[in-house]
Design a protein around this ligand. Structure first.
Ligand code: GLC
Length: 732
């Protein structure tokens, strides 16, 4: 570790520039935050990161050891050593690595790091002085609990089928930290696609250390002071999720193993027979002809169009999986065309890289190139013509079961070799972007092919900014209570990392769900931004009706509750599109002054108004809950609670759920309704056509005592829940 130091700084109107024989740096100020770019090779001076769009630099000034720019809060700066102070972060010191001491990333020595020959070919990094009061959140998709301090994290998208609380690498990489100390928050984001390591007070309790083997370190410092402000800035940089089609917020049913059109139809019929609402049915890999992407099996799915039409009449959309692995086979048009145009990833020797995934042999399109993305996007025409309404991108870490003409490195997971070529770039550099580039191709293709509709894409892999193109699910979880519990902090940290729309497979993907687990998970899932039940081929069936009564009725109740919540969810979705705010929020999002809010892992807020405390263990009908200061109302009974700790929050046969005083929640109940709590309460509602791009409208509801005012033309029913039932509040 060689500390970086500069003798002088050169000031221009909009940048500070630092030079030394082997390392360079720039500091610029942007609307979202400070950018600090450290680089080894002069040619990287004009580098643009792979995902951030910082916009033009602002005026800045360096005086008396402080850099100032409008709207950003000062940056303390020393040159020798090159170090920064930012908000409560003291002594953020940059270093270079002369060789590759890559703990946790073995094998990297052999991967020919890009600055080969340079004295600092081991890469770049920085250390942070620790504070006992500091907490770390964000970090994208991670197992474990909410606060991430005390562990080392690697960013390398990995198909980790059997992940547990202890797993490090998963499918997504969001190298972003939301740091909090006291009541204050700020953010650090690295727009670097090389593998990264974040050692958060793990190797050394007094210090955190973040490093990359790449030749640049592209760091953004995002001021707070609230978590919401940090996420606004993060998503200003990396993008916000577009408003989804409204149907996507409904209930989705999937299963790996639906073998035929008849089987899919039968599932839809069973939902209808049980009176369970359903917005989408998902087609996993068995719909294809021998896993050839953009085909349908002629015998088992002979008429997808008729199927889509029939389901469409019941309001059910069809979503189809599209994996990146293309079957390498003469006569298969997708392969032939991609091959003729040189669109597939190559080995270091320049041959088409061949491996195995579901199709065998398989090749991988190089989605990092715009022309490949355009081609791929256009291939979706066939699926849209067959009536497919959404696309599910899987295996896009990319996952490779085996390689045929290159050597894989088991340490780096079942993926392409680090030396594979994407144009001029190595796989080492673009691996973490692969899935995102694929979903971008899909999203842009759908936008071109059906410009009047909002694309719906789900992706397993991604990077910072995946939310611009796709929703995310947390991959192959297991039918276990610990996975139900773990999904809460996972989705909360994903939301803090910019991914507002995410879900975990309800009921668990692998292994066998029990009726009780599925019931509890369906209630929790009713509050996920993305509510999908999905399971593996080898696991027991887990559609909502799979276990018979009383379970079917109980699970159906959770799903119907989801549909009651739709106006609220859709309003939160519109808010996410505008500000990046997640739908599912940790307690500290709205209560940053409460120490307890930073510790709670198993309860959360849906938007500002609802507190959800799911049952996370078998056999329980109640649980402990922490209610923040203020008053809260039991959703089911109307009982009122002051803030505080309660040992027994009852589920009332459903889920412990509380409404916050002062808020009004829009609901779909015989038309539009608002449920309010408190003498004074306010709520918002966003409405539009539910798809397409006609502008929508925001409406406010305000309640004072026994009078309610609604801004729109509609006449919603407004009511309060009291212990002896619902009491209407008349509209003015
Ligand atoms: C992967 C996906 C899973 C899917 C399966 C078959 O394991 O994560 O969701 O069902 O592949 O396509």
């Amino acid at each position: 570790m060689v500390p970086l130091a500069f003798e002088r700084v050169r000031q221009t109107e909009r940048a500070l520039l630092f030079e030394s024989p082997y390392a360079h740096a720039q500091i610029t100020a942007h609307e979202a935050g400070w950018r600090v770019l450290v680089y080894l090779r002069p040619e990287d001076a004009a580098k643009r990161g792979p995902a951030a769009e910082p916009g033009p630099p602002r005026r800045l000034k360096f005086e008396n050891g402080q850099v100032r720019a409008e709207g950003l809060g000062p940056l303390g700066l020393t040159l020798e050593p090159f170090a920064l102070t930012f908000g409560f972060l003291t002594r953020l010191r940059f270093f270079a690595l002369p060789r590759v001491p890559w703990q946790g990333l073995p094998g990297l020595e052999a991967a020919l790091p890009p600055a080969e020959g340079h004295p600092y070919s081991g890469g770049l990094g920085f250390t942070l002085e620790e504070s006992p009061h500091r907490r770390y959140y964000g970090l994208g998709e991670r197992t474990g609990f909410l606060d991430k301090k005390g562990k080392r994290y690697t960013f390398w998208n990995t198909d980790e089928t059997k992940h547990t609380e202890a797993t490090d690498r998963l499918y997504q990489s969001q190298p972003f930290l939301l740091l909090s100390e006291g009541e204050e928050a700020l953010g650090l984001a690295l727009d670097e696609s090389f593998p990264l390591v974040f050692d958060l007070a793990f190797s050394h309790p007094g210090r955190s250390r973040i490093q990359t083997p790449g030749p640049t370190l592209d760091l953004y410092l995002l001021p707070g002071p609230t978590p919401a402000e940090v996420v606004v800035r993060l998503t200003a940089l990396f993008g916000r999720p577009p408003l989804p089609p409204r149907w996507a917020l409904g209930y989705h049913q999937s299963r790996y193993g639906y073998q035929s059109q008849e089987e899919v139809r039968a599932v839809a019929e069973a939902f209808a027979a049980h009176g369970i609402p359903l917005s989408a049915l998902w087609l996993d890999i068995d719909y294809m002809d021998g896993y050839r992407v953009f085909t349908f099996d002629r015998y088992r799915f002979p008429d997808p169009k008729a199927l889509a039409k029939e389901l469409g009449r019941r309001g059910i959309h069809l979503v189809a999986i599209v994996d990146p692995g293309v079957k390498k086979e003469a006569g298969y048009p997708v392969y032939e065309e991609g091959h003729a145009r040189g669109y597939f990833v190559r080995t270091a020797r320049g041959e088409e890289l061949v491996g195995e995934v579901w199709p065998d042999p398989a090749v991988w399109p190089d989605f990092t190139r715009p022309e490949v993305r355009e081609w791929w996007g256009n291939l979706h025409r066939r699926l849209l013509e067959a009536g497919i309404a959404g696309i599910w991108n899987d295996m896009n870490e990319p996952s490779a079961f085996a390689l045929k003409n290159a050597r894989s490195d088991p340490v780096w997971g079942k993926t392409l070799p680090l030396s594979a070529r994407h144009g001029e770039k190595t796989h080492l550099e673009v691996h973490n972007l692969y899935g995102q580039c694929m979903s971008r191709a899909t999203f842009e293709g759908l936008s071109r092919l059906a410009p009047e509709r909002r694309p719906f894409v789900l992706s397993r892999a991604g990077f910072l900014g995946i939310q611009r193109y796709a929703w995310v699910w947390t991959g192959d979880n297991q039918s276990r209570w610990e996975h139900l519990l773990m999904s809460i902090p996972m989705l909360l940290n994903l939301g803090l990392s910019g991914v507002a729309f995410a879900g975990a497979d309800i009921g668990g993907f692998a292994e066998d769900a029990s009726a009780e687990l599925l019931w509890r998970w369906s209630w929790l899932g009713a509050f996920y931004p993305f509510m999908r039940n999905h399971s593996a081929k080898t696991s027991r069936r887990q559609e909502p009706y799979a276990f018979g009564e009383p379970w079917t009725g109980r699970i159906a109740e959770a799903i119907r509750f989801r549909y009651r919540l739709l106006p609220y969810l859709y309003t939160l979705a519109a808010e996410a599109a505008a500000t990046g705010a997640p739908l599912m929020r940790p307690m500290f999002w709205h209560f940053p002054a409460e120490a307890e809010a930073y510790r709670v892992n198993d309860q959360f807020l849906l938007g500002p108004a609802l507190l959800v405390a799911p049952i996370v263990r078998p056999g329980e009908e109640a649980r402990a809950v922490w209610l923040p200061p203020g008053r809260w109302q039991d959703w089911w009974t109307g009982e009122v609670f002051e803030g505080g700790h309660y040992q027994v929050a009852r589920d009332h046969g459903r889920i412990p759920l509380f409404l916050r005083e002062g808020f009004a929640v829009p609901l779909a109940e015989e038309g539009l309704a608002f449920r309010v709590f408190g003498e004074r309460a306010e709520g918002r509602l966003y409405q539009d056509a539910g798809d397409g791009y006609e502008p929508g409208a925001w409406y406010g509801l305000s309640v004072t005592g026994n009078r309610a005012r609604f801004e729109g033309e509609a006449r919603p029913r407004v009511c309060r829940r009291e212990e002896d039932g619902e009491k209407p509040v008349p509209l003015d």
